[in-house]
Design a protein around this ligand. Structure first.
Ligand code: GDP
Ligand code: IMO
Ligand code: MG
Length: 419
């Protein structure tokens, strides 16, 4: 059996949570492979919206196994809040497993994130301030604390050693903040975390594959936020691309099956960094309003713009996407025309490649297409969709060479069309 991967092809918030929840019935296992509580994955069924940050989006299907993989960074405090929200909804959490190798976000990691951002002024990354960067930095610096360490007798001492190191760094930033109250909360949350089954998830996942169990790996963020391939330094600190599923779960590349790439019908971005098709006018405002484009984690307004084909082609190339999924085409309903950026103009030259320098002055070159006037959220088959939308999808397919297999037409679970 192979492991399928579902990931974002833009700057995050493509609708991964909704589609993973929709696809979960087709799988035995859902596993998160990177990122942490910087993610906000929304899903909706029976008229209720849920937002998940650390827990895989398959959790509302009690018979399925959900795994938080080694590539994820966990903030026990956020995790506890998520668990409490799920308990309130009487969700069965028996089948939630956590990798012993997943790294822990400490309260001081969050302070370091805030201190670093504050020190950068206008050039800040616009991070979610969840401590993601400092935690991955400790992971690669080989100082990190992992879920498995919480069971060791010297855990407190190792925690204190790392905190002492963080306090020295905070002093350099001249950043004062009391972390002691949070520390108590953090240790209480560690106690809760330890009640879940900690696993060697690489063994477990590979065993499941050899037992012919089907697994869906759920990405967080998006390809354009990848630490290697995104618009560095305006990126997150993990590999959000398909290769991240291998390192974040311990699955060999030869075991990767379908790679589902999610594309929002337009683009959004939260935080700083280049966004060639960003709209600063009424159209951008309309996209934000109609699309409810406010961060699921931070509540920040998302920057909005037209679909960016050079970025999309790049993401498809890096991930080897085998199928595309479009979300939020319903948000574009009512626009008389819609635009797709096919090329960038840089120094008077047309290109469809992403430049190395994030400060490059890019003028997007657009193809304008007819919009689809009607509400599409009641459609349940591909054939029923308006011709103009089908033309929009076909154009993207021709340009990228990858077919759309799923079209989502509303936040609700059931409003999803399989082609
Ligand atoms: P994720 O981070 O990729 O899981 O995406 P988010 O949950 O942060 O943001 C996507 C938002 O769009 C959420 O509010 C979803 O409920 C919503 N959404 C997902 N698919 C659709 C869709 O097809 N149409 C509309 N209108 N909203 C959608
Ligand atoms: P989901 O999984 C959108 C952005 C932040 C910032 C940059 C670095 O919901 O799609 P970080 O806190 O990771 O150090 O921030 O990355 N970012 C996201 N943007 N969706 C996300 O996750 C994001 N996670 C991080 O806004 O620009
Ligand atoms: Mg999100």
């Amino acid at each position: 059996m192979k492991l399928d991967v579902l990931l974002g092809l833009q700057w995050g918030d493509e609708g991964k949570g909704k589609v993973v929840d929709f696809l979960t019935p087709h799988y035995d296992v859902v596993a998160r492979f990177q990122g942490g509580p910087n993610a906000g994955h929304s899903l909706e069924f029976n008229g209720i919206k849920h937002v998940l940050h650390t827990i895989p989006s398959g959790i509302f299907h009690p018979e399925k196994i959900n795994i938080i993989g080694n590539g994820v960074v966990i903030d026990p405090i956020v995790f506890k809040k998520e668990i409490e929200a799920l308990n309130d909804r009487k969700t069965d959490l028996q089948n939630l497993f956590i990798s012993r190798k997943a790294h822990l976000i400490l309260p001081t990691h969050r302070l370091l994130d805030a201190a670093s951002e504050a020190s950068m002024g206008k050039s800040k990354i616009g991070s979610t301030l969840k401590g993601i960067g400092p935690t991955y930095r400790d992971k690669t610096g080989r100082n990190g604390l992992r879920v498995g360490d919480t069971f060791m007798p010297d855990f407190r001492a190792r925690y204190q050693k790392l905190v002492d190191e963080h306090l020295k760094q905070l002093q350099l930033y001249d950043y004062q903040s009391d972390y002691r109250t949070e520390e108590k909360e953090w240790f209480a949350a560690i106690d809760l975390l330890k009640r879940f089954t900690a696993v060697d998830s690489e063994y477990l996942i590979n065993r499941y594959l050899s037992e012919n169990k089907s697994i869906l790996a759920e990405g967080a963020q998006g390809t354009m936020l990848d630490i290697d391939f995104g618009s560095y330094p305006f990126v997150t600190s993990s590999n959000t691309v398909c290769a991240g599923a291998c390192t974040g779960l311990g699955v060999p590349p030869s075991r990767i099956g379908e790679v589902f790439g999610i594309v929002k019908a337009y683009c959004t971005r939260v935080g700083s960094g280049p966004f060639p098709t960003e709209l600063f006018d009424e159209t951008g405002e309309q996209l934000r309003r109609k699309g409810g484009e406010f961060g699921a984690t931070t509540g920040r307004p998302r920057r909005c713009g037209w679909l960016d084909l050079p970025a999309l082609k790049y993401s498809i190339m890096i991930n080897g996407a085998t199928a595309l999924i479009m979300t939020k085409a319903d948000v574009l309903s009512g626009f008389s025309t819609v635009k797709i950026c096919t090329h960038y103009k840089i120094n008077g030259q047309l290109t469809d490649q992403i430049p190395f320098d994030v400060n490059t002055d890019i003028t997007p070159v657009y193809k304008e297409m007819s919009g689809w006037g009607s509400d599409i959220s009641h459609h349940s088959t591909y054939d029923d969709l308006p011709t103009e939308l089908k033309d929009y999808l076909s154009f993207i397919e021709q340009e990228t060479g990858v077919p759309f297999k799923i079209i989502s037409v509303s936040p609700a679970r059931e409003k999803t069309i399989i082609r």
